[in-house]
Design a protein around this ligand. Structure first.
Ligand SMILES: Cc1cc2nc3c(=O)[nH]c(=O)nc-3n(C[C@H](O)[C@H](O)[C@H](O)COP(=O)(O)OP(=O)(O)OC[C@H]3O[C@@H](n4cnc5c(N)ncnc54)[C@H](O)[C@@H]3O)c2cc1C
Length: 490
């Protein structure tokens, strides 16, 4: 049990006065989503904008900093603020306005993607960008400017945000849109909660004509096959994602399954009102009709090592090969939220948890770069257990991870024995990604160093962001563990 009096401030920038003691009963241990790091914070769960303003005032009075947390699904330390105040915004979860005629919706930041799609679906709309899990909040998605399996088509979620209200640490709220306070609009989206707190976000939903998607799956023998498939289907697909076997070597390097999906055009679904009903989208609680999904992570646990995941990856690949190319009509929720099929699957990784490393690389260099990264992981005895390939496009947001190229997300199991080895591998991979003109994604990051951030973002961009931060947060109230780790010092 950690006592309040034991907590020393680790924040340099907000130390005009020594920190005062906050109520000990607010102390909670908060973990990174991947479980590989944690810290203790004073956690508050405001329900109104006025309460957020009061908490900013409290932080100022107490000489503490404030970090923001949505669903806490960032893999690393982006939504953590050790030894300081953390606002968990999930109770700010009201739908403020919905217009089923034009698909515009205004929400509080704690509304989850799950609530959002369930709210709009029966009116014939779907969120234009969704993440691989539906438990993320809209505030957290805007804070990281998340992307979906349609990133090259639709860009990140920020491309569909029409306007937002941002509360700054002074308690003042400003309205921002591409035209109004545009510099803050393009920096706060993807600004990982460092400029202020979104208290209201207005988004444009996408019109759909069915609760189903046409989904095609095909196994590819290697990276060449993967990339060729993506490029051949970019123009005619709404979504594409590749799942790769990071254990495969030689000619099979980068082999795996590709899934692509298309919306159904008007009139293609004979029963759209039925397929857009929520019970049609429901993800079953059972696997194969008999096995409760809630225990599957336990069954997965013995396989969460190099041999076990080698076996799983091979099994999945051979099953795909035997089945051949497949086509199904699948509910939206089933296609998008595959990672929600097995509740608590991350627990299978054991007590050390996992981290994800997701570099973004220009299309000209992506294949060679990813081959290099896969090789390196194998050479170091650290093949990653889950590998996901996506296509992206550039965007206008200041701290963007987007570019005209590909990303490859890699999940690494962390143990006491391999922790330092994985960190060293990440440093080596950083150099390879930087040399290829690549970028990184803070939502997934646990290992980035300040010099790497400067290298991919550019000093000018960082200076611009710091300038805006000074304007919105002149007293340096807003911080997180991520901020201190990667950007904390000038
Ligand atoms: C299983 C899984 C699958 C995922 N799939 C994808 C994917 O497909 N694509 C993708 O892009 N990402 C993906 N992610 C990452 C995830 O979508 C992002 O980390 C997202 O930001 C998480 O949302 P959250 O509500 O949990 O936010 P948190 O992780 O709690 O916070 C994210 C950031 O937003 C800030 N923030 C939170 N609320 C506010 C607010 N009201 N105002 C201002 N800033 C705020 C926080 O300070 C933090 O910096 C995935 C994560 C998991 C665990």
């Amino acid at each position: 049990m950690i006592e309040t009096k034991d907590l020393e401030p680790i924040v340099k920038s907000n130390q005009q006065r020594p920190p005062a003691v906050l109520p000990g009963e607010r102390l909670e241990r908060v973990t990174a989503w991947g479980g590989a790091s944690d810290s203790v914070s004073y956690v508050y769960r405001p329900t109104t904008a006025a309460q957020i303003a009061d908490l900013f005032a409290l932080a100022r009075q107490m000489g503490r900093t404030v970090g923001l947390r949505g669903g806490g699904n960032s893999y690393g330390d982006a939504a953590m603020n050790g030894e300081n105040i953390l606002l968990d915004l999930r109770r700010m979860n009201r739908i403020l306005d919905w217009n089923p005629e034009n698909g515009r919706i205004s929400v509080e930041p704690g509304v989850t993607l799950s609530r959002l799609w369930q709210y709009v679906l029966e009116d014939g709309w779907w969120p234009p960008v969704v993440t691989g899990t539906m438990v993320t909040t809209i505030g957290g998605c805007a804070g990281m400017n998340v992307h979906g399996k349609n990133a090259w088509q639709q860009g990140p979620i920020g491309a569909h945000i029409l306007e937002f209200d941002l509360m700054m640490p002074s308690g003042e709220t400003i309205a921002c849109g591409p035209e109004e306070n545009g510099d803050i609009f393009f920096a706060a989206i993807g600004g990982f909660g460092m400029l202020g707190c979104f208290t209201r976000i207005t988004l444009q939903m996408k019109r759909i004509y069915s609760g189903l998607l046409d989904v095609y799956t095909e196994t590819q023998p290697n990276l060449d096959g993967m990339f060729a498939y993506f490029e051949a289907h970019l123009e005619t697909s709404d979504y594409i994602v590749g799942w790769m076997d990071a254990f495969a070597k030689g000619k099979g390097l980068g082999r795996g399954d590709v899934h692509r999906a298309n919306y159904l055009p008007p009139d293609a679904d004979p029963h759209p009102a039925q397929t857009m009903r929520l019970d049609h989208q429901h993800l079953s609680d059972m696997m194969f009709g008999v096995l409760p999904k809630s225990i599957i992570w336990l069954l997965m646990r013995p396989f969460m090592n190099n041999w076990g995941t080698w076996l799983i990856n091979n099994g999945k690949l051979w099953a795909g090969k035997l089945a051949g190319p497949t086509y199904v009509r699948q509910p939206h929720a089933a296609f998008h939220f595959l990672l929600d099929y097995v509740p608590n699957w991350k627990r299978a990784y054991g007590p050390g948890g996992l981290i994800q490393y997701q570099p973004f690389v220009p299309k000209e260099a992506a294949k060679e770069t990813f081959a290099h990264l896969l090789h390196l992981g194998q050479e170091r005895g650290l093949p990653n257990y889950l590998t996901v390939l996506k296509r992206h496009r550039p965007d206008a947001f200041l701290m963007t991870h987007g570019l005209d190229g590909y990303s490859m997300a890699m999940d690494f199991r962390i143990t006491n024995r391999n922790r330092e080895k994985v960190a060293q591998l990440a440093r080596e991979m950083d150099e390879i990604v930087l040399a290829a003109g690549g970028r990184f994604y803070l939502a997934k990051d646990s290992t980035l160093r300040p010099e790497t951030a400067v290298a991919y973002l550019g000093q000018e961009t960082l200076d611009q962001f710091r300038l805006l931060k000074r304007r919105c947060d002149p007293d340096h109230i807003m911080e997180t563990n991520l901020w201190r780790r990667v950007f904390g010092s000038d």
